[in-house]
Write a protein that binds this ligand. Structure first.
Ligand code: PLP
Length: 459
């Protein structure tokens, strides 16, 4: 045991050094770490990334880690606006830093202990917000895989033999809006349903799926002998942050016997706010809902949940027998029966820690700050003669253009020069810069600094 004690002392020493690195990394966030875009081959050489025969002393590795962090963009910097996450809930990060110390795998209560109860509490709580009174759920590595599981459940509900005998011959169709997430066709390919069976339904001017267009496509498909399987409604589209109208989509899905899934990877968090949850009115009529707390809830990647309205559906599609693994306790305490994965990291504790601190009310206020920020950003754009709002922001995505400039060129220059990471997307027929207002630590001064950078890059 003496060697064990010595190794532990060494680990404790490394923890202290790591803590110092963390403080440095956080202090560097005002300037976008990573800075100017650099030649990847030179960067790899400068950082000493190559792995070799001989090991390095711990001190040398820590030095290289320091350099590596300095070359890694921090999504908590006010200069990072490129993705649908940004900023952080401090307690979520603190809990995430502790999770690998226990390093449990979330398949059984025997292996993960109280962490399973944490996850169960979260799934029930998220489910209540979705309006699934007697539902179930699972954590997945990301929203794309939450959507995959939803589509799998729909397939198996429609054809109980599919899991056993495979798919083939069924003439299923899948519906998602023209602005729905790319994981829908991707998942159709993975599940053997066929990418070509995904109907991309037109959106209305506000970016939500047009129910009349959906109805027309459903009718045409049924007339052609096809079988509507899965309607994917998006709550918070990836580029525009728009919401599909769930009530009419729910009615159509029911009429045609299709599974209704709500891809609320981005917009699920609006359910937390009494002021904004109406945007998802009707979601309680869905069969499943995907929600990414790693987007608007400030929890580090990854943290995604699939919520399912009907209990038992997950196990019907995912359960396997494994005597070596499932050795104690009932199925309910062993989420491995309901998971896409075998070994699975603990994505629950970080969300639980932040939620313990904020409570439902604090999370509602956080979401409302994000939407307020988007509104203020839109007002600043509308008041700025150099800028042009592409549309009033449906939620946290603020899309706009610099008059007389190419949105793509502006974003590219900001990235090359290490000023801002910000992206663009197609809005109502032409590219627009997408400013994602998910970091509630941004204030008016930060918005002003962001627009100043953008104007400078365009000139
Ligand atoms: C982000 C997003 C996804 C994908 O989630 P990942 O966690 O990145 O896999 C799916 N759908 C929508 C609407 C999203 O915004």
């Amino acid at each position: 045991m003496e060697e064990v004690a010595a190794r532990r002392r060494e680990f404790e020493r490394l923890l202290a050094a790591t803590w110092a690195l963390a403080r440095e990394a956080v202090a560097a966030e005002d300037e976008l770490p990573g800075g100017e875009r650099r030649d990847p081959a030179r960067l790899a050489a400068e950082l000493g990334l190559a792995l070799g025969d001989d090991g390095l002393a711990a001190e040398e590795v820590l030095e290289r880690l320091r350099a590596l962090l300095a070359a890694t963009p921090s999504t908590s910097s006010w200069r990072f606006l490129n993705q649908l996450f940004g900023g952080r809930e401090p307690l979520a990060v603190a809990a995430e830093m502790l999770a690998p110390l226990a390093n449990v795998s979330m398949y059984t209560f025997k292996a993960a202990g109280a962490q399973i109860l944490v996850e169960r509490e979260l799934l029930a709580h998220l489910g209540r917000f979705a309006g699934f009174a007697d539902g179930e759920g699972c954590f997945t590595p990301g929203g794309s895989l939450a959507n995959l599981v939803a589509m799998l459940l729909a397939r198996d509900a429609a054809s109980p033999g599919a899991r056993e005998h495979g798919v083939g011959g069924e003439r299923w169709t899948i519906y998602s809006s023209a602005e729905g997430h790319y994981s829908i066709p991707k998942n159709a390919g993975i599940l053997g349903l066929g990418r070509e069976r995904v109907r991309r339904i037109a959106v209305r001017r506000d970016g939500g799926m047009d129910p009349d267009a959906l109805a027309a496509q459903l009718t045409a498909d049924r007339r052609a002998g096809l079988r509507p399987l899965f309607v994917n409604a998006t709550a918070g589209t990836t580029v525009r942050g728009a919401f599909d109208p769930l009530e009419p989509l729910a009615a159509l899905a029911r009429e045609y016997g299709a599974w209704l899934h709500v891809d609320a990877a981005l917009g699920g968090s609006l359910l937390l706010s009494p002021r904004y949850r109406g945007r998802l009115a009707g979601c309680e009529r869905a069969d499943s809902l995907a929600w990414n707390p790693h987007k608007m809830m400030g929890v580090p990647l990854q943290c995604s949940a699939l919520l399912v309205a009907r209990r038992g559906a997950l196990a019907a599609s995912l359960d396997e027998t494994a005597e070596y693994l499932f050795q104690a306790d009932g199925d309910e305490l062993n989420p491995g029966h309901r998971s896409l994965l075998c070994g699975r990291r603990n994505d629950a504790m970080k969300l639980w820690a932040a939620w313990q601190h904020l409570g439902d009310r604090g999370y509602a206020a956080r979401v409302e700050r994000q939407l307020d920020l988007a509104r203020r950003a839109a007002e600043k754009i509308a008041a700025d003669p150099a800028l042009e709002l592409a549309e009033w922001p449906p939620s946290v995505n603020v899309c706009f253009r610099v008059r007389g400039a190419d949105s793509r060129a502006v974003c590219d220059r900001l990235d090359r020069e290490g000023r801002l990471k910000i992206g663009y997307g197609e809005v109502l027929g032409s590219p627009a810069i997408r400013l994602v207002c998910v970091n509630p630590d941004l204030d008016d001064a930060a918005l002003d600094a962001i627009f100043a950078e953008i104007r400078a890059a365009a000139s």
